[in-house]
Ligand binder design. Structure first.
Ligand code: G3I
Length: 345
């Protein structure tokens, strides 16, 4: 049995993948066994696609239509095709991992240079989205089944929910999100689903802001298909009741729901902690299966953020060792794996 087979009647099972994962034969074997979807952990983000040398050397030529380099994206397309894996595109418009010079007048490398104006940034955004979506559609049509068009545009603790420090917000204003989706809809291939993706989407205020400021207006324009609930949870600290409420709330809007970056931070490998981790994963998958089975939300894929514990981004980020996934260092199945399998067996 494998994860993807166990969950085949409910939703796709995915994992994030680094460029190193794609080079290791053992990883490819695990990917073929357990998953039918992958997401580039980093390699399809703007910092790996924007061609710094070209843009910075020839700003007059590329000012309104940035030069792009598709080598990194091509590797993911090739790997997905060879291994018959669906690919989630992550991500087109984000404040992070997009180089600061992209937002500057004349692509200046001087951090003190003025921001480019709104019209220029909208043109650059359209050029970027058009370039990427056209490339992937020409190169490998149908491999990318969903795109995170905009990532993390919301704050969670402020009166006004927009992430105001984002250079997209600073240069374009809050309608940068709407423009991104309009451009994505214009250039995406047929059947490619467009997602808004964010973390902590289970927090009540953030859920409300996302619904009112982003999802409902985009739905009214017909330019969004789904919401990505990232799912970076913390053991014994994330409220699964609220998580369930968000799944249902987003589902009721008629959007596809995908869990796009699932991991549960846990700083101990001891048996008791691993048992708690297993219980939490079981509850979470129970919520997702129930939502799908009973028509409360159209959950279409669930993606883990990492293949195995020792590769997780969390250890660096939390500055303590994390054991957040279903597989250990040698891809051995943990109690959490068994618990997730038991939900549907
Ligand atoms: O590009 C440099 C490279 O030049 C340098 O040699 C190398 C040395 O460490 O660092 C490279 O940058 C790293 C980058 O990943 C690309 O590999 C950064 O240090 C590292 O901090 C960065 O972390 C990524 C993080 O996004 C950045 O925000 C994580 O691997 C990745 O898991 C994480 O993923 C995000 C999702 O995209 C969005 N949601 C949250 C999630 C977790 O933060």
């Amino acid at each position: 049995m494998s994860l993807k087979k166990a969950y085949e009647q409910y939703f796709k099972i995915g994992t994030s993948v680094s460029k190193w994962n794609m080079e290791w034969p053992q990883a490819a074997k695990e990917l073929q066994k357990h998953y039918n979807s992958i997401t580039g952990e980093n390699g399809m983000k703007p910092m790996f696609v924007l061609d710094m040398e070209e843009n910075v050397e020839h700003p007059e030529k590329y000012n309104l239509n940035p030069a792009l380099n598709f080598d990194s994206i091509r590797a993911f397309l090739k790997f997905s095709t060879e291994n018959e894996l669906g690919l989630r595109g992550h991500t087109l418009v984000w404040h992070n991992q997009t180089p600061f010079w992209f937002f500057k007048e004349n692509y200046s490398l001087d951090e003190k240079a003025p921001w480019a104006d709104r019209e220029t940034m909208l043109a650059r955004m359209e050029g970027y989205i058009k370039g990427v979506l056209t490339f992937v559609e020409n190169e490998c049509p149908g491999v990318i089944y969903a795109w995170d068009v905009v990532n993390e545009a919301m704050e969670e603790n402020e009166e006004d929910g927009w992430r105001k420090k984002s250079p997209w917000y600073q240069t374009v204003g809050e309608d940068f999100v709407a423009y991104a989706f309009r451009f994505a809809r214009k250039y995406a291939g047929p059947g490619v689903k467009l997602f808004y993706n964010d973390y902590n989407t289970f927090l009540p205020k953030k859920r409300e802001d996302i619904c009112n400021l982003i999802l409902k207006p985009l739905l009214a324009e017909g330019v969004i298909d789904g919401i990505g609930m990232q799912g970076h949870l913390i053991l014994n600290d994330s409220d699964l009741k609220e998580f369930e409420k968000s799944v249902h709330t987003f589902g009721e809007l008629g959007l596809e729901v995908q869990v796009t970056e699932l991991d549960i931070h846990c700083n101990s490998p001891e048996e008791e902690a691993m048992k708690q981790l297993a219980d939490t994963y079981a509850k979470l998958f129970g919520i997702l299966v129930d939502a799908k089975k009973n028509g409360k939300a159209n959950v279409t894929s669930v993606t883990f953020w990492g293949m195995k514990d020792d590769e997780s981004w969390l250890t660096g980020f939390r500055k303590e060792k994390s054991y957040p996934l279903l597989f250990g260092e040698k891809y051995q199945e943990k109690a959490a794996y068994e618990a997730v399998m038991r939900v549907v067996q």
